[in-house]
Design a protein around this ligand. Structure first.
Ligand code: FEO
Length: 162
């Protein structure tokens, strides 16, 4: 049985993951309109991944005997300055999510909730990958941002994400 404060933190993270899905979908919509279809494809796939992250919290809360409480999802913004601006924010957002996961882990350690610590271990590892992916794309954009041909090459590469 989940302690109430753990259940609350897990439900909050479920909402944060669904917000991430929403945010990346909004970014995908922006990239579609520039148009940078490859960036948009990468962000669409990322949005689906975030929904899957949210569902991992959904399933765990139920399996651990807690109650899923779905809350309102904040509306993301709709405009960015460029794909560079988008990926600056993807990277910042992923660092923020890492902080949120670490915060729940701290709580689970404090409460001696070993099952939740074990569940969160997957996310600790995943966040290393999430930050690395965002930071790598951002570094590539920064390197080539003034060379239009190279930017189209990157757009093409990111569009291969399945
Ligand atoms: Fe669910 Fe991108 O972290």
């Amino acid at each position: 049985m989940l302690k109430k404060n753990i259940e609350e933190a897990l439900n909050k993270q479920l909402n944060a993951e669904l917000y991430s899905a929403y945010l990346y979908l909004a970014m995908a919509a922006y990239c579609e309109t520039i148009p940078m279809k490859g960036f948009a494809k990468w962000l669409r796939v990322q949005s689906e991944e975030e929904k899957a992250h949210g569902m991992k919290f959904f399933d765990y809360i139920i399996e651990a005997g807690g109650t899923v409480k779905l809350a309102r999802i904040e509306a993301p913004k709709t405009e960015w300055k460029s794909v560079g601006d988008v990926f600056e924010q993807v990277y910042e957002h992923e660092k923020k999510v890492t902080g949120l996961i670490n915060g729940i882990m701290d709580l689970a350690v404090k409460e001696k909730d070993y099952a939740t610590q074990n569940f969160l271990g997957w996310f600790v590892k995943e966040q290393v990958e999430e930050e690395a992916n965002a930071s790598e794309i951002l570094a590539q954009i920064r390197m080539i941002k003034d060379v239009v041909g190279h930017m189209f090459w990157l757009d093409h590469e990111l569009g291969k994400r399945g």
